[in-house]
Design a protein around this ligand. Sequence first.
Ligand code: HGY
Ligand code: MN
Ligand code: MN
Length: 416
Amino acid sequence: MAAPGQNLRINADRLWDAIMEMARIGPGVAGGNNRQTVTDEDAEGRALFQKWCEEAGCSMGLDQMGNMFARREGTDPDALPVYVGSHLDTQPTGGKYDGVLGVLGALEIIRTLNDLNIKTKHPIVVTNWTNEEGTRFAPAMLASGVFAGVHDQDWAYAREDAEGKTFGDELERIGWKGDEKVGARKMHAFFELHIEQGPILEAEGKDVGVVTNGQGLSWTQVTVTGKESHTGSTPMPMRKNAGLGMARILDLVDQIAWSHKPDAVGAAGQINVYPNSRNVIPGKAVFTVDFRSPDIDVIADMEKRLREGGRKICDEMGLGVEFEKVGGFDPVKFDEGCVAAVRNAAERLGYSHRDLISGAGHDACWINRVAPTAMVMCPCVDGLSHNEAEEISKEWASAGADVLMHAVIETARIVE
Ligand code: HGY
Ligand code: MN
Ligand code: MN
């Protein structure tokens, strides 16, 4: 089967306009987005996406975790579809492109194939995975994890946000809980386009990242307990300062990550002290430590040293401490055939490219367990993401979408 011709390109302006229109839903306060999972803003974005998919002639499927599947028929209805997509939910101070580029880049493939009346043997299914970010309801990649059989669905439904609302109730409330059994769909392959969320591609002047691996992730929630007391009248030797214990553990986290340089990383992004009053010594501190590395043994070592070192710190300070694993996945090696389709596409289209290990987690990391999977990445300005100032260029977006399209239709097999 001939590979698609190098002149076959997506419509860059139409893709960019779609991204900008989606960005108007759940706007942030600094030019980015706050369209968190299973909020009313998420529902509004889903409705717009469904409208566009139906206008492009797709039929929409919806499963019990709210995952959306827009199907473009192939010439062989029995052939397993090629799935392609990402996520529409954002961080609370997220950018306009994280996840959205992958969903709307996939839709742009359908629109371009329609324009040119190109048919494929395998159906193509554009996908929006629910709750990739894991901010409001931990862990990240929740719905793709249920789809891949990693998480139990009832456990996922019971996940609670900071206000005690459950994921299942909120999904029902916004009206996007479908009937389809999660994971029943079988895939010929899955592709995901995503911004790099790191500095390498821009720094090296590369248009496209051919993602061969994804680093592993570990989220440990740490609860340090001390004793609330007056910040003025409690003598220093008598204090049981949970906030100070947290600070010393956070410094330990930094030391542990640096000890595995250059690849390991570690920090805590979610931090809460109680009662969080200016003149009360914190009696409790709750924070989530995020460790990542391409090496599974390094992740295990970092987790072990966090627990041992954290307990030693708290014992010496007379504080209590508990550790709970609240998220994680092993390092991922993507399918060599799919990766080759991405690399060949970049070559054919004349885009500069390099192999890349994904620093961030993605739905593709879980779907890789149930289908041959690969990712395409585009640069982002200063490598910045999970920040409202996240920025990419139209050229980067369209180069990534062109490569995505060629990899997808080569795998879905064009019918002459
Ligand atoms: O946490 C991650 O890596 C992803 O951006 N949710
Ligand atoms: Mn993302
Ligand atoms: Mn993200």
